[in-house]
Design a binder for this molecule. Structure first.
Ligand code: LRH
Length: 478
């Protein structure tokens, strides 16, 4: 994505897009990290061809995953995907040395098996980890290959469950309790910090004339997406929807209460010292995996027509808990959804349209309880819900979320993470000025937004909520 100032606004252009296909090798699910890096190089070449040499480059990716480097800086194996089963049962291992209430008071992170902490616990006896000199989280690994410089950007570091959100520093007590060597991590950087320049080999590979600076952004995609929420004022909640739904509010300080832990809320760090107080929900992954299963069964469906038919079909027939980690691994999603409906005594969806409707209703319901809980636990005022990310294009999901929350939804931009990323770079490069509200004001001037007013019977959502077991006790491994 290339961002450019045009007539006092920020114009964003997609110059290249590449797939991201995980690969299972010997039973372990990996990221194809070299293919992703090649996609980055191809993207830089396309960006240069379209817009000339960029004033800055910045990378954000999904959270929690990492690559290990040996003493020569070589990658030790392909990074493992957070959906791999190696983290099963690791919460119990961690509980044994650091009880959940203590861990939450120190890190404020939601109990979810994907966290780097559980991955490192799963890897603790491997020779690969023993041989590692450096651990770089995914965006930092890609930046390292571009610049030769190692760093750990703070927002992505905050997804490890090894950061103290009160100080923004590594949590020594957590690392010590779990035997994690913090010297594996490169020094912390903050969004906006300079992060080196493209290496001569990268310039040659991409045809860009140097020098091209690299800037640390909100390297966690959700941090960039929240920076890219076009909110006016502070009374808003956000839902960054794509593969995941990340639903919550922006705070100045973390909420580390026991109630917050029991409600399974996370305190990840955001741009400009903010806290992203949110709940990780399974998101449109539920639907993506259904589409994959129907295609594999020889009965493919197009998303557009399916959403249209689902929107017209009867609502709130059956709902599932979109926060349930049972939906985390890849696999037959329609069957898992059917099983969840059966278990909770609700009608089992009979076809793809009913399954899609069940997913949309379930996501809207999960958005509703995440936002209600975020308000209750943090005291934040909420008058508007912003939906950003790919789900902002999903009109039925936006309308159902407005209905479920009983609040107006403002949808867009779908590319909020890219906007948030570029805005932080633009500020470091001196092309724009101001704090987060000023960056968001510029963004509001630059994008088209769609508003959805709440409709329908709010009591119907209360009744539906009672049918799904709310995630009050962290269920993962409990
Ligand atoms: C969304 C996301 C989310 C979680 C998950 C691993 O892309 O970054 O915030 O951390 O992926």
């Amino acid at each position: 994505m290339v961002g450019r100032p045009v007539d006092g606004k920020l114009a964003l252009e997609e110059t290249h897009r590449f797939g991201n296909r995980p690969v299972r090798v010997n039973g372990t699910l990996h990221w194809d990290i070299l293919a992703l890096y090649q996609g980055v190089l191809d993207g830089l070449r396309a960006a240069g061809a379209s817009a000339g040499a960029p004033a800055s480059v910045g990378i954000d990716t999904w959270g929690v995953d990492y690559g290990l480097l040996d003493a020569d800086g070589a990658l030790l194996g392909n990074p493992v995907h957070y959906r791999d089963a190696r983290t099963e049962g690791m919460d119990a291992e961690v509980d044994r040395v650091l009880p959940a209430p203590e861990l939450y008071a120190l890190t404020g992170l939601q109990r979810i098996p994907i966290n780097t902490l559980y991955q490192l616990t799963a890897a603790r006896h491997t020779r690969q980890l023993a041989a590692a000199r450096r651990l770089l989280l995914t965006p930092d690994l890609l930046s390292y290959w571009l610049t030769g410089l190692e760093g750990t950007e703070l927002t992505i570091a905050s997804t490890t469950q090894l950061i103290d959100p009160r100080t923004g520093e590594w949590s020594q007590p957590v690392a010590e309790a779990l035997g994690i060597d913090l010297s594996l991590f490169a020094p912390l950087r903050r969004p906006g910090d300079p992060a080196g320049e493209l290496l001569p080999g990268v310039l040659a590979e991409t045809g860009l004339p140097g020098p091209v600076p690299v800037t640390a952004v909100g390297a966690h995609d959700t941090a960039s997406a929240v920076a890219g929420v076009p909110a006016d004022g502070r009374d808003f909640a956000y839902i960054a929807t794509g593969t995941w739904s990340l639903a919550g509010v922006e705070l100045d300080a973390p909420v580390l209460s026991e109630d917050s832990r029991l409600a399974n809320f996370t305190n990840e760090l955001g741009v400009d010292g903010t806290v992203r107080y949110l709940r990780n929900l399974m998101g449109l992954w539920l639907l993506q995996e259904c589409l994959r299963a129907w295609e594999a069964a020889g009965a493919p469906h197009q998303l557009g027509p399916l959403l249209e038919r689902a929107a017209r079909s009867p609502g709130l027939r059956s709902v599932v808990d979109a926060g349930d980690p049972a939906f985390l691994p890849p696999g037959d999603m329609p069957a898992r959804i059917a099983e969840a409906c059966r278990r909770t005594g609700q009608p089992v969806p009979r076809d793809p349209v009913e399954t899609t409707r069940c997913v949309l209703d379930s996501l809207a319901l999960a958005h509703r309880s995440a936002i209600a809980d975020a308000r209750r636990l943090s005291g934040a005022g909420v008058r508007t819900v912003h939906i950003v990310g790919g789900g902002a294009r999903n009109a039925p999901l936006c309308q159902l979320t407005a209905d479920a929350c009983g609040l107006p939804v403002v949808a867009g931009p779908a590319e909020a993470a890219a906007y948030g990323n570029v805005l932080v770079q633009a500020r470091t490069a001196g092309a724009v000025r101001g704090d987060l509200p000023a960056l968001r004001a510029l963004l509001r001037d630059s994008v088209d937004l769609r508003r959805y007013e709440p409709a329908g019977d709010p009591a119907a959502w209360d009744r539906a909520a009672a049918r799904v077991r709310p995630h009050e006790e962290p269920a993962h491994g409990a």
